[in-house]
Write a protein that binds this ligand. Structure first.
Ligand code: ADP
Ligand code: MG
Length: 381
């Protein structure tokens, strides 16, 4: 992939380009915890966006997307480009200028192998790769945390996606053999060892996206806020579910709807599960880690109710296979992927079992995406 990007650059714009990469990500545990100011546990993966870039002497940028086979010219001080892929580049450049940088025109060729829209955050990989590349070639001096913020604000202000910061954070801060325990309240992070010898991490993409996703997301946010409001009547200073313990929630359970109680319980338990899962990683105990993944799925499915038939089916099949240490839905829910931790010796049979059973039940095979936890944004050449 990276040589293809470089070759294409040479063909279109000549030699002398610098080459950069920034990866997609998975989230091992900690779902719907970000907007409740809890913890998430993402890791960068071995699928990335590659960017070849070089300043030019012209008045505008020349951009080529290898995967869409499209070329455009773009003035970062002119109108926002129509093509979505170019909006990410336009957004990053403009967010950088808002923060005092001067971005002179450049030529850029990019492409990658992060599956689009499958929940691996190809968009964050793109923003992070572009941000990291421009920061380096123009010596802008932004730190990785600022680059993550620039990527997040690109989504908010130029693409219209009001995302959190986990995806950009993982793409920029990832390291091989480690996942990132990110505190979404303080943005403090800690690298946790993740090197399950003899195991593989594999995703099954249901290829469905039920329309409930965005409306139900807003309902969940409101339900969490409702729970916080009840506790706040009794306990001063409570700002989010991060400040609420199970004891507090149980004490004031009678004042909230049963469904609000269950939503809040899930979030509080999920934060604790994540911390327990990290303690297991530090001991190299992947059996316990897998059980926490299973617990996460149960909570998302039964208490938070953001799963769907396809995801539950995949998680159920995984659970009955003794070679699987843990399996859970990943991402916002109502479709997308499950993430599975599987013993290598059981891997081939498990893939076959999942494909057979899923296609028998739903009429199509899930997409299989094997991932390795890898390095975050970096320069290649
Ligand atoms: P994801 O969950 O993968 O982040 P998004 O819808 O947020 O899905 O982002 C996908 C968008 O990001 C694409 O529509 C495209 O505009 C851009 N993108 C991602 N990967 C590439 C790529 N390899 N080439 C060009 N554009 C890409
Ligand atoms: Mg995205």
């Amino acid at each position: 992939m990276k040589t293809k990007i470089q070759e294409q650059f040479e063909k279109l714009y000549g030699d002398g380009a610098s080459l950069f990469a920034s990866p997609g990500r998975v989230n091992l545990i900690g779902e719907h915890t970000d907007y409740n100011l809890g913890f998430v546990l993402p890791g960068a993966i071995d699928k990335a966006i590659y960017v070849a870039v070089k300043p030019n002497d012209g008045k505008v940028c020349r951009l080529h997307s290898v995967d869409y086979d499209e070329t455009i010219e773009m003035d970062i001080h002119g109108e926002k480009p129509e093509k979505q892929w170019a909006q990410y580049i336009y957004g990053v450049a403009n967010e950088m200028e808002k923060r005092g940088a001067l971005i002179r025109p450049f030529d850029m060729v990019f492409g990658g192998d992060v599956p689009l829209g499958a929940g691996l955050s190809s968009s964050a990989a793109l923003e992070s790769a572009v941000g990291f590349a421009l920061n380096t070639i123009y010596d802008l001096g932004f730190g990785r945390e600022q680059l993550a913020k620039i990527g997040q604000m690109t989504e908010h202000n130029y693409v219209g996606v009001r995302c959190g910061i986990m995806d950009q954070f993982a793409s920029l801060f990832g390291e091989a053999g480690h996942v990132i325990r990110l505190d979404c309240r303080s943005l403090e992070y800690k690298l946790e060892p993740f090197d399950p010898q003899g195991c593989k991490v594999v995703l099954f993409d249901t290829k469905v996206k039920h329309t409930l996703a965005s409306s139900e997301y807003n309902v969940r946010r409101a339900q969490c806020e409702a729970g916080v409001a009840v506790v706040l009547r009794h306990v001063g200073g409570v700002e989010s579910l991060r400040d609420v313990t199970m004891d507090m929630l149980d004490a004031y359970k009678g004042e909230m709807e049963e469904v609000v109680y269950r939503r809040c319980r899930y979030v509080i338990e999920e934060n604790q599960r994540l911390l327990d899962a990290c303690a297991a990683l530090e001991k190299g105990d992947y059996v316990t880690f897998g059980q926490k993944m299973n617990g996460s799925h149960d909570g998302l499915s039964k208490d938070y109710e953001v799963s769907c038939a396809e995801l539950d089916f995949l998680a159920d099949v995984a659970r009955t296979n003794s070679g699987v240490l843990g399996a859970r839905m990943m991402g916002g829910g109502f479709g997308g992927c499950t993430i599975n931790l599987v013993r290598a010796e059981a891997y081939a049979d498990f893939l076959e079992e999942i494909s057979d059973k899923f296609s028998h039940r739903f009429g199509q095979t899930p997409r299989i995406i094997e991932v390795n936890i890898s390095q975050g944004a970096h320069r290649i050449a």
